[in-house]
Design a protein around this ligand. Structure first.
Ligand SMILES: Nc1ncnc2c1ncn2[C@@H]1O[C@H](COP(=O)(O)OP(=O)(O)O)[C@@H](O)[C@H]1O
Ligand SMILES: [Mg+2]
Length: 336
């Protein structure tokens, strides 16, 4: 079942939430705020609109809302509105009566009926056809619908969570999405931050996926600090899904104990911008210090050189490295 867990390490804290067989991992302030909202809205029954780039974790968050809610005993039913053309989507969602169309020789219950007492996740809601949208609005407002070709009203008790990776405002302006449905859906809107805006999460996620994906303690066991630095700098257009896929390919391709920069795909290897340190509003002092240390350790060949450039003593640097646990990976190949 669910349960939150935090591993305190100084001020930087990694939290996890168990959702089904997977964990949601996060450390960044922006994800902590998303998870706080998830905990709040799970207790209510309002519809939720999840916005964010593909792979940023919308579905896993929708599942978390369901699992933390009083509906957790009911089903979580995900459906992708983009993968089914208009009539087929309508048929899947609402079901049909016998004789509703030529090939309908039996009555069929739709997903809204199956998900009764549970949660329906409508992914890529922006792709839902204009003729299906008013029927969804009716479900949201009155908790009832009719099967295709049917006259009987069917009552359901469900929660709808919708997701979109495009700007729904623009879709409404272009009349591809109904305004009334949009306002009904967006009462609670949660925006998933792209991975490149929460780089503190990247090393934790990379190590988590490595632990999960490697087969019975086979290699590789960890990433070098330099490799983690490259992973942090890469822009991750495919977000967490892309990171997971990269780790999965490393598990197959790399036979080293510790993944180093040379093992990474070329696009990620090239991602270092050693002269820049990005500090975002929302980062704590400790996170900022950790970021600075990481970049200097990467940019200078020795700790002594890094300490000199930072204007601090070597012992101070050692203490800070320990405090920020920057030494965790063995065999990083860095000289003392
Ligand atoms: N914070 C996270 N911690 C662990 N795994 C995550 C996290 N966010 C996303 N994932 C994983 O990344 C993949 C993509 O997430 P998903 O929810 O499908 O994204 P989206 O629905 O936005 O495309 C899934 O395998 C999911 O389990
Ligand atoms: Mg998705």
């Amino acid at each position: 079942m669910n349960g939150s867990r935090s591993m305190a390490s100084g001020k930087e804290e990694v939290s996890t939430l168990r959702v089904g067989a997977d964990d949601i991992l996060y450390r960044s302030a922006s994800m902590r705020s998303v998870m706080a909202t998830v905990n709040l809205i799970a207790q209510s029954d309002v519809s939720v609109l999840l916005l964010g780039e593909s792979g940023s974790g919308k579905e896993v968050i929708a599942r978390a809302v369901h699992e933390l809610s009083p509906r957790s005993e009911g089903m979580f039913v995900p459906i992708n509105c983009a993968s089914l053309s208009g009539d087929i989507l309508e048929n899947e969602l609402f079901g049909h009566e016998r004789g509703a169309f030529t090939s309908a020789d039996e009555q069929k219950r739709g997903l809204f009926e199956l998900a009764d007492a549970g949660t329906v996740f409508l992914d890529e809601i922006n792709e839902m056809g204009l003729h299906v949208q008013p029927k969804l609005l009716r479900v949201l407002e009155r908790r009832e619908f009719r099967r295709v070709g049917g006259t009987k009203k069917i009552k359901v008790d469900l929660r709808i969570i919708a997701a979109s990776n495009v700007d729904l405002d623009a879709e409404v302006r272009m009349r591809r999405f109904r305004e009334d449905l949009y306002y009904r859906l967006k009462v609670i809107t949660l925006v998933m931050p792209p991975l490149r805006d929460r780089r503190e999460d990247i090393p934790e996620l990379a190590r988590y996926f490595l632990r999960r994906l490697r087969k019975n303690d086979r290699r590789p066991a960890d990433f070098s600090e330099r490799a983690l630095g490259r992973l942090r700098n890469y822009a991750w257009p495919g977000n967490v899904r892309e990171l997971k896929n990269v780790v999965e390919s490393l598990v197959v391709m790399s036979s080293r104990e510790v993944v180093d920069v040379e093992d990474l795909p070329a696009s990620i290897r090239a991602s270092a911008t050693p002269s820049e340190i990005v500090i975002r509003v929302g980062m704590s002092m400790s996170e900022i210090e950790g970021e600075i240390l990481r970049r200097y350790l990467e940019a200078y060949p020795t700790k002594k050189a890094a300490a000199k450039a930072l204007g601090i003593g070597l012992r101070t640097l050692h203490a800070k490295v320990k405090q920020h646990r920057l030494n965790r990976s063995r065999g990083a190949g860095r000289r003392q």
